[in-house]
Design a protein around this ligand. Structure first.
Ligand code: ATP
Length: 344
């Protein structure tokens, strides 16, 4: 995609979007509600008429000014959150529906193959209303994969499922997509899902792509407070740059590329706040309360903050660490998970 811009009436929704997705690659479009993710997907699918820009698959132009290849000719597979199976067709008939130009034997063999991939082989003769939501979405995945689409588009595909099923389906879908040559684009507003599924993640804000890269790059090197905050909770502290550093109640933080005197926001991920119970070094904090969250513990802490009283921060530590309420602990900062941006 290059130079995609799109408006609905006077409102510009997409502003100069350019993206490349390689064969076999999974790109996640991540951003808050209304930032233009679905519109981008609909333009790729041909469900929305292109206004400005170009969409091509290799050298084959799918949409350009004055040219719009219809959706059914784009060889695009679609998976949406509502499973959209045909209720009057069996599971096998649903999957076979989009398979054109094959002999009956080839068609049956492909239906068998994709139903097997999603663990639904023994449900071939059942009708959709006999299936649970998770099973229906497996069939929808098989149906969308069956014609071997060039481009596979998924819009919030797991959001109708409860947490456990969502995790199972995500895992299944990741492995199905990684076995295919399709270029896949997944729309989500869930950062964990984007990191789980995406080879690359493109973060959208107000119709623009503000950062794109592999998940670890976005997580560890966010270019803005918006991107840093999108990937999980952050403790926010305001401060001022002095001699290339910001002094915060949690410790001194490097601010290498920012001018002296600049007002800044310091964002500290909970896992950047290391807690020790016996040490006499680092900022002192008192424990408000602590909770075990399974594989990690979350500590609510109060840190003295001059005349402003106590600064409430969260620290997430691996494993079980549950210091008693009211006890004192010491804090140190892991700067890999601390970000400093000019105050917005
Ligand atoms: P969500 O996560 O809520 O689905 P999104 O990032 O996918 O959001 P879009 O669905 O692309 O966002 O919508 C972007 C903006 O365009 C929204 O303000 C929406 O109301 C508007 N919009 C979308 N489709 C139309 C339309 N057909 N006519 C007018 N406005 C539209």
């Amino acid at each position: 995609m290059s130079g995609l811009s799109h408006s609905f009436g006077p409102q510009q929704i997409l502003k100069d979007i350019s993206l490349n997705v390689a064969p076999g690659e999974i790109l996640c479009l991540l951003g808050p509600s209304g930032c233009g993710k679905t519109t981008t997907l609909r333009l790729i699918a041909g469900l929305e008429e292109l206004q400005t820009g170009r969409i091509a698959w290799n050298d084959l132009v799918l949409a350009d000014t004055g040219l719009n290849v219809p959706p059914e000719k784009r060889q695009v597979g679609l998976l949406f959150q509502d499973f959209a199976l045909f209720p009057h067709l069996t599971v096998a008939e649903n999957v076979a529906f989009g398979l054109k130009g094959l002999s009956a034997e080839e068609r049956d063999s492909r239906v068998h193959e994709v139903l097997d991939q999603v663990g639904m082989l023994r449900y071939g003769t059942k009708y959709p209303h006999f299936l649970s939501g998770g099973e229906q979405q497996r069939v929808a995945l098989a149906r969308a994969r069956a014609p071997r689409p060039r481009i596979f588009l998924l819009d919030e595909p797991f959001s109708n499922l409860d947490t456990r099923l969502r995790n199972q389906l995500r895992d299944l879908c990741l492995h199905v997509l990684k076995k295919s040559d399709s270029s896949s684009v997944i729309v989500t507003h869930d950062p964990e899902e984007a990191m789980f599924m995406g080879d690359k993640v493109a973060v959208m804000q107000d119709g623009e792509i503000v950062q794109i890269g592999p998940p670890e790059e976005l997580y560890f090197r966010p270019l803005s407070a918006f991107v840093a905050g999108l990937f999980g909770e952050v403790n926010e502290i305001t401060g001022r740059v002095v001699d290339g550093h910001v002094v915060t109640p949690l410790g001194r933080v490097c601010a290498p590329n920012l001018n002296d005197g600049m007002e800044v926001d310091v964002l500290v991920r909970p896992e950047a706040l290391h807690v020790s119970e016996g040490s006499d070094r680092g900022a002192v904090a008192s424990v408000i309360t602590s909770r075990l969250l399974g594989g990690s513990s979350l500590l609510h802490l109060s840190v003295p903050n001059g005349e402003d009283g106590g600064l409430h921060v969260h620290s997430r530590v691996p494993g079980r660490m549950l210091p008693p309420e009211g006890s004192s602990v010491r804090l140190s900062l892991d700067e890999q998970n601390v970000f400093v941006f000019p105050r917005e």
